[in-house]
Design a protein around this ligand. Structure first.
Ligand code: DC
Length: 214
């Protein structure tokens, strides 16, 4: 069983996917981490994340430890991830890893949950359950701003908003695997829903599907 959760940056899909994976005892893959780790490597080597040769090489050389770094969550790395993600060959290099994990969830788990931008459309188009989480960019920027403040990061709301708008535009406009809902995805607008309400809605859909009466 594969469950796909897609949506724009800061739509709450990571928190949701982790919670659903725990509840179902499924494996979980945050596919954004693959792009973040690639972007981080390119920055560390002093290259521009839009440099296709450097980005492809970084993606090809990714190892598990690169995904465990604790410096992948910054906005700087998010932007670099979004830039390397627009390079078709980088996406091709990372595709097999994602599909393989979905097909063979580690730890003998019965299923996998993948979250990202193109899980329902490209990585796992046959996933039987797909969600597309949305929220207005203002709402998402507000949430991200609060998270950064809680971590005592010096942060300016207008900057967070601008970075999210730029990332949305780049992730949606790229030629290969752009951010967009699969035609069979269940849309959930989280503007007026808290994390618990989103989780309950998603679990209700999954339970209905698993009972086979949807
Ligand atoms: O989900 P995230 O914010 O950690 O993702 C970082 C960037 O990686 C995002 O702006 C675009 C890219 N990405 C992608 O292109 N495809 C995915 N499946 C996941 C992330």
């Amino acid at each position: 069983m594969i469950i796909a959760i897609d949506g724009p940056a800061a739509s709450g899909k990571g928190t949701l996917a982790r919670r659903v994976a725990d509840a179902l005892d499924y494996a979980y893959l945050d596919t954004g981490l693959l792009y973040r780790a690639t972007g981080r490597k390119v920055l560390d080597l002093g290259y521009d994340p839009e440099d296709a040769i450097a980005a492809v090489e970084a993606a090809e050389k990714l190892v598990a430890a690169d995904l465990d770094r604790d410096d992948l969550r910054s906005e700087e790395v998010g932007t670099a991830a979004s830039k390397v993600a627009a390079i078709p060959k980088v996406r091709a290099v990372l595709l097999d890893f994602q599909r393989n994990l979905a097909a063979h969830p580690p730890g003998g788990k019965r299923g996998a949950i993948l979250d990202g931008r193109d899980i329902g459309t490209v990585v796992c188009p046959d996933a039987p359950i797909k969600f597309y989480l949305t929220a207005s960019v203002g709402e998402r920027a507000g949430r991200r701003f609060k998270q950064l403040q809680e971590k005592n990061t010096a942060v300016i709301y207008e900057r967070v908003l601008k970075e999210l708008e730029e990332r949305d535009a780049r992730d949606s406009a790229r030629d290969v695997a752009p951010l967009k809902p699969a035609i069979d995805a269940i849309h959930i607008d989280t503007d007026r829903l808290n994390a618990n309400a989103v989780f309950d809605a998603v679990m209700a859909h999954i339970t209905t599907h698993m009972r086979g009466d949807d």
